[in-house]
Design a protein around this ligand. Structure first.
Ligand code: ATP
Ligand code: MG
Length: 471
């Protein structure tokens, strides 16, 4: 039985529509985001064939799966036979981590010595052109595909009719999974502690499970979550996982990742610290692997680490010449809700319109700069400088936002004005919405004309407009 899947409505609908018309679908996404879970969901639904390609060590294994353990055949024939029989028997085929299959078969005759993995890739492409049944593939990284299939990766990539990027869960869905797991295990978690788990897992379901399995005691608060995550990062599951990933990449890529993790996200900053490295090459490999995203703002490239938990680990891990950050600093920089919000706004490169919870429209112009202010005047979660003025934000991550935050927002506006920003909007951002009193307070504020109350729906409007994951 497949476990209950939390949400995934978007992915499920897309895959469903693809299956119905017999498409070849590729699911890609970081480790643990839920690719296998989606594959198994559809295999169960359509009574299809699930193949874990990590377990296909030799050509015979392919044939065993379809119940054909007859005469010896070479890898070429095995691949042909597999698809021939599987397509006859099943409506749907799912190949999990299919790049492993390319690599393994490439070591066997007749592929070995005639192109190896690339030869398997080109053969697979030819087979896929003939197959009329729907097939779902999964892979952890497009980079792996490029590595293993070499010059065949591009034509192979073209034989997928639909490529779906599986993102981590939204904060809301992460919270649902956390609730479910905690109640299964009889763990009593404060609301804030649950939110902290959602933040520090970056919404990755495998990470959520790891954190919850690591919790000790029956009553859990924010501090115990911090302690657990810290322990997992230093000597537990996360440390093992990320050390493993570290070994898969080159020294140059690794150094660039460490530099970015310390908060040097601009190209010029990375270049300055990565002397002797071929920075452009390292950056583009890291992008292909899905480890970082390039964000171009105001003609300068910025790079952010996609896996927030990995960013947390890198930032707090020693590296020669780069001072490690404290857990708390790293948490705020990489894994706090407000940092996700800043990252979201950074990517706005065309004018978009969002509605606040009262239906009031806010225009956000192309963004030139996003920063957090901490200094003599106070603290501001996000200052968003656009081509046509500045938006000052106060960001809240908790249950319904309390009215005091309106005063905080007013103070932020005053501070930003002193700093010389020309402000056209002040946004109070609260993922889970606002208390009625907060909405009333906003209406009575002297700054009411420019105040906007943004909740998760407003943030999702931005995500959709720029093609970013739903926070
Ligand atoms: N939508 C979901 N709802 C509930 N649990 C989920 C969901 N997606 C994944 N999980 C759980 O998270 C864990 C990781 O999921 P899964 O193995 O599907 O990820 P994956 O992307 O295949 O990871 P890997 O790269 O390690 O193969 C599993 O324990 C799974 O049960
Ligand atoms: Mg998997």
């Amino acid at each position: 039985m497949v476990e209950i899947i939390i949400d995934r409505e978007r992915e499920i609908n897309m895959i469903e529509s693809g299956i119905r018309v017999g498409l070849k679908i590729l699911l890609k996404g970081l480790r643990g985001v839920g690719k296998t879970t989606l594959l198994k969901y559809f295999v169960e639904k359509y009574n299809g064939l699930y193949v874990n390609c990590q377990k296909i060590l030799r050509p015979e294994h392919l044939l065993e799966i379809i119940g054909n353990e007859g005469n010896y055949v070479d890898a070429y024939e095995a691949l042909e036979k597999f698809f021939e029989i599987a397509c006859n028997k099943y409506y749907l085929i799912a190949l999990d981590e299919f790049t492993d299959l390319l690599v393994r078969l490439g070591n066997f005759k007749p592929y070995r010595g005639t192109g190896g993995t690339s030869a398997v890739a080109s053969h697979l492409r030819a087979i896929l052109e003939e197959v009329k049944k729907p097939i779902i593939f999964s892979t952890t990284s497009i980079k792996t595909l490029y590595d293993v299939a070499g010059e065949y990766s591009k034509p192979l990539a073209r034989s997928f009719d639909m490529i779906i990027h599986v993102h981590p869960l939204s904060m809301e869905d992460a919270l649902k999974l956390i609730d479910k797991l905690c109640s299964e295990k009889g763990i009593k978690c404060t609301y804030d502690a649950k939110l902290r788990i959602a933040e520090m897992s970056g919404g990755n379901p495998a990470y959520i499970k790891a954190i919850i399995n690591g919790l000790r005691g029956e009553k859990i608060d924010i501090n115990s979550v911090n302690e657990t995550v810290n322990a997992l990062l230093r000597e537990g599951y996360f440390n093992l996982l990320f050390q493993g990933i570290e070994r898969e990449i080159s020294i140059s890529e690794l150094e660039v990742l460490y530099i970015i993790s310390r908060g040097y996200t601009r190209y010029s900053e990375i270049e300055k610290r990565g002397r002797g490295i071929n920075i452009n090459q390292a950056l583009s490999l890291l992008i292909q692997r899905g480890f970082i995203t390039k964000i171009k703002i105001n003609r300068e490239s910025h790079y952010v680490i996609n896996d927030k938990t990995m960013a947390l680990w890198l930032a707090t891990e020693p590296y020669p010449g780069l001072e490690a950050l404290s857990f708390e600093t790293a948490r705020i920089m990489h894994a706090a809700f407000e940092s996700l919000v800043r990252e979201l706004f950074m990517q706005i490169q065309k004018t978009i319109e969002v509605k606040d919870i009262t239906g009031k429209k806010l225009l956000i112009y192309p963004v030139k700069k996003v920063y957090r202010y901490r200094g003599k005047l106070g603290e501001i979660d996000a200052i968003i400088v656009t081509k046509q003025g500045t938006i000052v934000c106060e960001i809240y991550f908790g249950e319904k936002c309390p009215p005091e935050k309106i005063q905080q927002l007013e103070r932020n506006v005053a501070i930003a004005e002193k700093m010389g920003e020309s402000i056209y909007a002040a946004a109070l951002i609260s993922y889970f919405g606002f208390q009625n009193e907060t909405i009333e307070r906003a209406k009575q504020s002297p700054a009411m004309q420019i105040i906007y109350l943004l909740d998760k729906n407003s943030l999702w409007q931005i995500s959709k407009a720029i093609g970013y994951r739903l926070l």
